[in-house]
Ligand binder design. Structure first.
Ligand code: PGA
Length: 263
């Protein structure tokens, strides 16, 4: 795992957007896995800027979002589909026919989940997956105990997740209890992964998932099993890491590292 510590949220967002833009430039018809939440908003803003100022072309890309609340129709203001339209899709030249977000109001979540997995396969798999992390260590909505082999399916949300996401709803009772989410197994099949995290409230879980043992109780630890995973943090989220100095040395000596390991 490559760990990059940025001084601020803005810098973290710029670095992440730069990585994504670089991948899009390398492969115009890239398949991106996308995340929602507060964390990637700055990254999406930076990407929109690169599109507007440098003409970064989204017209051939395909996107798959990680998750969606069960019960919310796609145009609901708290749906992740709405979030994506609002924060990224309507600001860039993405082809809406190539945009996939799990359908929260599907009548048959099981059948839908199998269909979603099939669409990912048909697209040739996810080239580059963007992730956030929940305070309970989830990636997507893979709550504690999710199998590392899991595929897209419905998960019951953990209490902490419901509390954390209550800020978007009028009342905590309005937060959906279930979500459709890509599985840990689905995520691990992405060719490259970028996880971003910011703020002091993520510091404990960031230290656990990077430096702790691999466990399904913190599903982000599955990234330790991936060969091309990069983590971009701000200083606050990185504050409890024990090996910060080592990560910073590698970051600051990238030219030497690249010569040795070729990436
Ligand atoms: P956040 O959520 O970006 O709103 O902190 C992250 C997540 O739950 O994956």
């Amino acid at each position: 795992m490559e760990i990059i510590i940025a001084p601020t949220y803005q810098e973290m967002s710029k670095i992440s957007a730069h990585f994504i833009a670089r991948e899009i430039k390398k492969k115009h018809d890239i398949v991106l896995g996308l995340a929602t939440g507060d964390t990637p908003i700055g990254t999406y803003q930076e990407l929109v800027k690169v599109h507007k100022e440098e003409g970064l072309d989204f017209s051939k890309i395909t996107t798959f979002n990680l998750d969606e609340y069960v019960g919310l129709p796609p145009l609901h203001k708290n749906s992740y589909n709405y979030f994506m339209q609002d924060n990224l899709f309507r600001h860039v030249n993405v082809n809406q026919a190539n945009v996939y977000v799990p359908q929260g109001n599907t009548e048959d979540p099981e059948e839908f989940s199998a269909w979603y997995e099939q669409q990912i396969k048909n697209a040739g798999g996810i080239d580059f997956q963007i992730l956030g992390i929940g305070r309970d260590g989830h990636i997507g909505f893979n709550e504690p105990g999710s199998s590392f082999a899991s595929r897209t399916r419905v998960k019951a949300l953990y209490k902490q997740t419901i509390e954390d996401n209550a800020r978007f709803f009028d009342r905590i009772e309005d937060v959906p209890r279930f979500a459709i989410t890509m599985g840990v197994g689905t995520i691990l099949e992405a060719k490259k992964i970028l996880l971003i995290a910011n703020g002091e409230k993520k510091a404990d879980v960031v230290a656990q998932f990077i430096e702790g043992p691999v466990t399904s109780q913190i599903t982000a630890t599955a990234l330790q099993l991936h060969t091309l995973a990069t983590v971009v943090l701000d200083e606050a989220a990185a504050s409890k890491l024990k090996r910060k100095e080592y990560y910073n040395w590698v970051r600051d000596n990238k030219h030497l590292v690249q010569k040795m390991v070729g990436r």
